[in-house]
Design a protein around this ligand. Structure first.
Ligand code: AMP
Ligand code: GLY
Length: 416
C-alpha cells in the first residue's frame, strides 16, 4: 500500500525507516520530510498542520494510509478531514488530541478516569493565579495549550512562582488559562501505547533526558536522548502501569464520543507514593520514538493500519532482546538560539559501525548537509544489552562532526 507520513524530525525519520521494512509497503511519501527521509520516501513541501493541504496531497497521491508524527497537525484536525474523506489515518481526531492540546482537558479526563495525577487549580485571571502561586511557593506553573516544551515551569520560591505565572501568561498572549500544580518528586519515565479507540497495545517503557547537560543540569530541551527498555521496571510492573492508565482513559474518551486512535503517551513521575501522570501526548515522543522503533519487533505498518481501522488485536507487542539508545546531537546555542549553517560530516562512517542516524534539524544545501535547527540528529543503536547499545551509539557519535556540535555523554546512565 501507499502511505503518506507527516513530519520532518528524527522521530519521523525513524518512522520512515520502520515503515520501509514492512512487506505491506509499496510507496512511501513524506511531507515535509528531511534529507534522511528523502532516501526512503518521496518528499513534498506543504504546510503540514493545514487539514485541506494534507487532504489535497493525500488524494492526489491516492494513498491508503496517512501516518501523522507530530502534534500540531493532530490538534489542527488533519486526522478529522482525512477520515471524513474515507482515508485511513494513524493519529487521533482534534477532539481526542486535546489530551495534549489542553492540559486542563487532560486533567479533567484523568479525574474522571481515576488516573493518579498531581493536584491542581485552574486560573483565567492572572492576578488570582499570582496570588495563589505566591501562597504555594513551591509550585508547577503550566500553560494550558501547546507551547513546544516552553509551557511548564517548576518554581521553588514565591518569587519564582510569581515570575513564572507572569511569564507564561505573557507567552499565552493573555488568552491561555494557567494551571498551578503540586510539585511531585521522583523519577520520570515515558509509557506509550498504540490505541484503536478501545483496545491498546503497550510499547516498551523508555526514558527521555530533557536537560541540556550531563547529570540533568542546564535548561530544558525538546529531549537530548533516550533509552529503552527500563531495567528498573519488571514486565509485570509495566503491565500493571499500563492497566492503571490506558483502559480508563480510553473509556472516558470513547464515552464522550471522541475515541482515541493512535499513540497515547503518558509522561509519568514515579513518586514514593506511586506513579502519577504528569502529562499526556497524542503521539510518539521524540527522542523516545527512535529507541522504541528500534526495539520493536513488529510490522509497524500493520499495527498502524489495524489501529486506524479499529481492529487492533495484539495486546502484547514483541520486542527485540537487549536495549536501544538514542543520543541527540544539537547545534551550538541550543535551546535558546541555535546556530544554523554548519556542515555535517561522518554520517556514513557512523552508520558503518551498525548505528542508525536519524536526521532532524538538517537540510540539503546543494549536496552538502547543513545544520538547520536545534536538535540536529539522533544517533541510535540497538544491541544485546544497554551498555553495548551505549557503547555503539557513542562510538558512532564520535564519527559525526559539525561545528558547535553538542551532545550528552550520560544517556542511559540513570538505568544503573
Ligand atoms: P509536562 O509538559 O507537563 O510533562 O512538563 C514538563 C516537565 O516538567 C516534566 O517532564 C517534569 O520534569 C516537569 N513537571 C511537570 N509537572 C510536574 C509536577 N507536577 N511536579 C514536578 N515536575 C513536574
Ligand atoms: N520527549 C518528550 C516529548 O516528545 O514530548
Amino acid at each position: 500500500m501507499d502511505i503518506l507520513l507527516l513530519g520532518s524530525g528524527a522521530r519521523e525519520h525513524a518512522l520512515a525507516w520502520k515503515l520501509s521494512q514492512s512487506p505491506l509497503l509499496k510507496k512511501l511519501y513524506a511531507a515535509n520530510g528531511n534529507p534522511g527521509m528523502a532516501r526512503l520516501a518521496h518528499c513534498f513541501e506543504i504546510p503540514e498542520a493545514h487539514p485541506q493541504e494534507v487532504l489535497g496531497l493525500a488524494k492526489r497521491l491516492k494513498v491508503q494510509l496517512v501516518v501523522i508524527g507530530p502534534e500540531a497537525p493532530l490538534v489542527a484536525g488533519v486526522a478529522d478531514v482525512l477520515q471524513q474523506e474515507g482515508i485511513a489515518v494513524f493519529g487521533p481526531s482534534a477532539e481526542a488530541a486535546q489530551l495534549e492540546g489542553s492540559k486542563h482537558f487532560a486533567k479533567q479526563c484523568m479525574q474522571k478516569a481515576g488516573v493518579p495525577t498531581a493536584s491542581f487549580e485552574v486560573f483565567e485571571q492572572v492576578e488570582l493565579a499570582v496570588a495563589r502561586a505566591r501562597s504555594w511557593g513551591s509550585v508547577v506553573v503550566k500553560m494550558d495549550g501547546l507551547a513546544q516544551g516552553k509551557g511548564v515551569v517548576v518554581a521553588r520560591t514565591s518569587q519564582e512562582a510569581e515570575a513564572a505565572v507572569r511569564m507564561l501568561w505573557a507567552l499565552g498572549g493573555g488568552k491561555q488559562r494557567l494551571l498551578l500544580e503540586e510539585v511531585l518528586e521522583g523519577w520520570e519515565m515515558s509509557l506509550m501505547a498504540i490505541c484503536d479507540g478501545e483496545r491498546f497495545a503497550l510499547l516498551p517503557a523508555s526514558q527521555d533526558h530533557k536537560r541540556l547537560l550531563d547529570g540533568d543540569k542546564g535548561p530544558n530541551t525538546g529531549g537530548m536522548g533516550a533509552y529503552s527498555p527500563l531495567p528498573q521496571l519488571s514486565e509485570s510492573m509495566l503491565e500493571e502501569l499500563g492497566r492503571l492508565i490506558f483502559p480508563p482513559v480510553l473509556n472516558v474518551l470513547k464515552e464522550r464520543g471522541t475515541p482515541f486512535k493512535g499513540v497515547l503517551y503518558a509522561g509519568l513521575m514515579m513518586t514514593p507514593q506511586g506513579p502519577r501522570v504528569l502529562e499526556f501526548n497524542c503521539r510518539l515522543g521524540d527522542p523516545e520514538a527512535q529507541v522504541l522503533l528500534l526495539q520493536l519487533n513488529e510490522d509497524f505498518l500493520a499495527l498502524a493500519l489495524a489501529c486506524a481501522q479499529g481492529e487492533l488485536r495484539q495486546a502484547r507487542l514483541k520486542s527485540k532482546p537487549g536495549a536501544s539508545v538514542a543520543v541527540v546531537a544539537c547545534a551550538e546555542g541550543y535551546p535558546a538560539d541555535p546556530r544554523k549553517g554548519a556542515e555535517i560530516f561522518g554520517i556514513a562512517q557512523a552508520e558503518a559501525l551498525g548505528a542508525q542516524v536519524f536526521l532532524a534539524g538538517a537540510k540539503n544545501d546543494f549536496g552538502r548537509l547543513r545544520v538547520s535547527g536545534g536538535r540536529v540528529l539522533s544517533v541510535c543503536a540497538q544491541a544485546s544489552s544497554l551498555p553495548k547499545a551505549q557503547e555503539m551509539a557513542y562510538a558512532a557519535m564520535e564519527k559525526i562532526r559539525f561545528e558547535g556540535q553538542h551532545f550528552r555523554n550520560d544517556i542511559g546512565a540513570k538505568a544503573f
